[in-house]
Write a protein that binds this ligand. Sequence first.
Ligand code: ADP
Ligand code: MG
Length: 722
Amino acid sequence: QARLNAIAAVTNYKAGTPAFSFADSTPTELFGSNVFNDKVMRERLPKKVYKSLMRTIEQGEKLDPSVADVVATAMKDWAMSKGATHYTHVFYPLNGLTAEKHDGFLTPDGNGNVLAEFSGSQLIQGEPDASSFPSGGLRATFEARGYTAWDVTNPAYIIENPNGTFLCIPTAFVSWTGEALDKKTPLLRASQALNTQARRVLRLFGTDTGDRVVSYAGAEQEYFLIDRNFFFARPDLQLAGRTLLGAKPAKGQEFEDHYFGTVPRRVLAFMLEVEHELYKLGVPVKTRHNEVAPAQFEIAPVFEVSNLATDHNQIIMTSLKSIAKRYGMACLLHEKPFAGINGSGKHVNYSLGNSKLGSLFDPGDTPHENAQFLVFCAAMIRSVHKYGHLMRAVVASASNDHRLGANEAPPAIMSVYLGEQLTDVFEQIKNGGAKSCKKRGMLQVGVDTLPPLPMDAGDRNRTSPFAFTGNRFEFRAVGSNMSIAGPQVALNTMLAESLDYIATELEKTTGGDQSKLPEAVQCLLRDIITEHEAVIFNGDGYSDEWHKEAERRGLRNLPTSVQALPVLTAPEVVELFEKYGVFSRRELESRQSIYLEQYCRTIHTEAALVVKMARTQIFPAAVRYQSELAATCANMKAIGMDFVTHTLSDLTEKLRGLQQNTDALDALVNSHFESEIEEAAFMREKVLPAMEKVRSYADQLENIVADDLWPLPSYQEMLFIK
Ligand code: ADP
Ligand code: MG
């Protein structure tokens, strides 16, 4: 009955009274009202303390421990004035989720009374019982505790709940020996490396402003919304986040009538509340719209500094899920909840710069600015060519594998889309002279007025995994369910390495003589582009020809996580990360092992679930229908009439297929392995295809068995009843 109840609940759904109105408090009033931000700090901190803290936040100076007590007290008073009773160190363990442990402010005073207390040391450091978070062997059990350390650069905030409010302190999570156990720590390290190398290049151009260079990210979050009743009627959605069975609906997304269409009313109400909550938390959400697949949507904030953008993306994901419940819906963040229609990605728009310089990927108005732009752009191209396989590895997961390589998402081959105009500029630079780099009539970087370079930001080549879009690169292979930290750690470190190389070369050739810079740049750009142009591709990334062409160009194609994850410990990758102090070998090995284990566990869980659903839901439904048909045949025969139906034999045959393949899958589920990689390969090569076989029989049965006997909500119901 679950399915019919679900349909009834959806059709009888009535919108409740809105919990808020933007007329009462406008987005500008709301924005950041629950954040311990600059305004609050100015108001509540002594000037000296404020200034000291600001030096840490803005210049990355070491935190003066004596200010911590003062900041902690101010934070506590502010949070309590907003109804908070507890504080929590928020951290991002390697399972990709957000973790928090709550502690009350109340402390006994020794006389039977209590005080509200929050000390500097409680602010700076926490000790969650972390033994059950994945560490990939980094922690022996006797030193199982990790600790959380306050990330001063991101502001604290409060989360309001109808039943209670608490203060959240962003933290990094590390082991006692200082090894990173989370997603944030390496991002902070990689940002540091990028700053150092980018500034070296800027100094050569005389444009270093003395301010930190940071990386920016703008993450476009895609998601599905379905009615919550359907969600609860599907064990696969509940446990695996995706449908493991389900026949294709007669209508899919081929009409393209959903994209940018009118947002359904219930969904709009949900979106408004999401935005309302996010404004309070200072998350600058800006864009909302329907996506390509039915029941698919997108939310995008304005870009921010990487570290903040990453925390905010986690907050966005958490908010989408929790607020959907209030509207009777379930938000699916899985990369491929429904077979046969588009999955969800998370385009990460990436650039570097600072408030004075803007984006260093933004072509300027003068030849000088343009030369600098071309250098940063060439650095990015070189990085993708050298470390494309790493970019593939940091977006590897069992769920994202369903998307990459299918004809809806960028392929598992990493290449750079530059657009015609910029490709042409680099082409001219490349041909700009064999030896002296100064062939007459050719483009001279930093000397000629380059053709105006404002790139068309409206790049619609959606088939490229890494596309230049005017003032940034858009990394499109990231999955909807992933933390965006990993991709940025890779991009920042790769780019730092290329900028390091470029700075070193230019320092050598100019010997500090600024007048030699244009020619030095010209030569270097020519060399880089000659060596790395193979990674530039402006064509259709979905086509078969590209797969062949990419192979000819020597670009690696790593279609699955099983091939991609080992890259994390490839010699050149270990060397890269160790050189810039982002990861030690041990940290990389631990990450690889955790991600492989997650891969195996995911597929193992799914396989067990397929077996269970096939046996306890699909098989019984089909058998009931079979007996109904058989009874009809017998009855007809009894009254001397013929009942000719091929449905019965067809059904019986498919039932047999279902049973046999379910048994075969079941036998695979309990295998044992010597190593994680061996297990992962087995999951990929044996278990996934076996699951598909069961599915194909189940889906054929769905198209034969009487509708009223079918136990699971269908694709059509989930996707089109809103
Ligand atoms: P589209 O769908 O055309 O790719 P969206 O407006 O959905 O564009 O999202 C673009 C994202 O890129 C936004 O988050 C935006 O803030 C971000 N963005 C814009 N400029 C930059 C930049 N210089 N660096 C990083 N991100 C940027
Ligand atoms: Mg977009």
